[in-house]
Design a protein around this ligand. Sequence first.
Ligand code: ADP
Ligand code: ASP
Ligand code: MG
Length: 464
Amino acid sequence: MDYYPADLLDFICNFNFYGIFAVGSKNINLEMQIKVFKFGGASVKDANGFKNVGEILKLYQQDKLIVVVSAMGKTTNALEEVVKSYYAQDGKVNNLLEEIKNNHFDLINQLFPANNEVTDDINDTFVEIEWILEEPPHEDYDYTYDQIVSIGEMLSSKILNHYLNYLKINTAWMDVRDIILTDNTYRDAKIIWDVTQKNAQNKTKPLFEKYNHLVTQGFIGSTTENFTTTLGREGSDYTAAIMSYCLDASSMHIWKDVPGVLTGDPRIFDEVIMLPRLSYKEAIEMTYYGAKVIHPKTIKPLQNKQIPLYVRPFLDPKSEGTIISDEKELSYPPVIVIEPDQSLLHISTNDFSFAAEHHLSMIFALLAKCRLKVNMMRNTAISFSVCVNTVPDRIKKFEKELGSEFKMVADNDLELITIRHFNEDVLKDMKENKLVLFEERLSETVQIVVRNLPKMKRKDNPNV
Ligand code: ADP
Ligand code: ASP
Ligand code: MG
């Protein structure tokens, strides 16, 4: 070794660290075996959840792991309420924040016998919100939302890191905002991939020389001006995929409160079965149609680098759960995805003229501007209808932007049901007691927009 000049040695070590030797223009991946684990809010909803994460990580002590964690339980929802109350100036904001604080300090008391250091760290993190709340609300709601709501992930990742150190698991805390650079689309920030990739490699390398596990936050990033951004609700899966992509991870693992990906949401359906294997394509389709089990942006970066994704039960860490990879010839049972809270917007021109192409391109531009995701659409001679998630302020803004040339009628309280690999029996079951407003069939997928009908029962009195 001595006869290598220092620079050359450094060069070789640097590349070797990420398992890549540059030979001419070709990269040979020697698989440095970084795995990325993601624990969602359900995995860390209480002290037992944190203890369970500790048990899982004990099984992987020798592995180099990036551990991405979401905010505890329903903390993100609670922080959203803080933001709403702050803007409404309804006097409730301090109580709402107090409740979140209590949850976190109760947790700390349950996890650590002597906890001064942890309590100080968490207190300091809450001070960041308190500073914001002392000022009058900033004109940009989404910007403020991100500065406040992101604290949920800061808190959970700090507590988890302290707890793992307490268990003598070799971990370091890492601020993901030093890695994930985004644009400034607050609440739906877009990744600046080239810088993020460089950051990921540069920041993790020295840490992995000392620590086996790096604990970091899901869901959040940073702009070039160092303002915090969020990647969209449920975005921690996406964070894990970004890290996997940027570090050429050997695999990514999402730990869940379900055995794996199921044929339907077990909160809604009784007889669901687990899908042991899924192709990237199938997973992209399912999540695109709204399957809540994985964030829709998660799969593509993994597919691009052929990184397998395991969706695994956190209560049975020996189980592999569902493996999502480049499988080609799998056949699937019917898979059902339910999207509640849908609105059908029927748009027509006031003079009943044809909804011609120039109108459609304008309508689509407005839908994008108002951040309304089109889940289904239909174009007839004189009207155009779209099914979107019911987000009242965005729908109102869209209607206003359409202007006087158009008329819009909204049908609310609807459900969008998507069945992949459907058969007629399953479709019939799904339509029971429902009024079908829209139905669209593709070769592998049927979608219906429905309204639940009240169950009518005949009265027993025959004279009525
Ligand atoms: P986390 O906090 O880990 O992100 P979530 O609560 O966001 O967990 O997501 C897990 C939940 O997703 C499960 O409890 C389950 O009810 C729901 N879910 C919806 N569709 C599916 C599906 N097809 N397979 C498995 N779980 C599903
Ligand atoms: N905590 C965020 C949310 O609840 C992100 C996530 O859990 O994935 O949306
Ligand atoms: Mg989630």
